[in-house]
Write a protein that binds this ligand. Sequence first.
Ligand SMILES: [Zn+2]
Length: 89
Amino acid sequence: MSETIFLLLIFGLPAAVGFKLAISRGKNPLLWGMLSGVFPFFLVVLHFHKPEKEIPGHFRKCGTCGRTFPWKDSVCKYCSTAVSNTETI
Ligand SMILES: [Zn+2]
């Protein structure tokens, strides 16, 4: 009984975090959730990974320099180009 809870905490928690992170990075959430559950190191990889395409609600792609930055930013942090903030989620 308590072992089940223990296992859930050890593998389920990082898997759940990896699942959510993968969605926000445009990666396969099932694959990355599983990887994170087995090797929590993958959470770090996901955390520092910047997507190459725009992911609505999470990352914007700058039309000028082509880099991605957090969705909530209205100015590209690489080239200072203002992006239209018409869509808000
Ligand atoms: Zn830019």
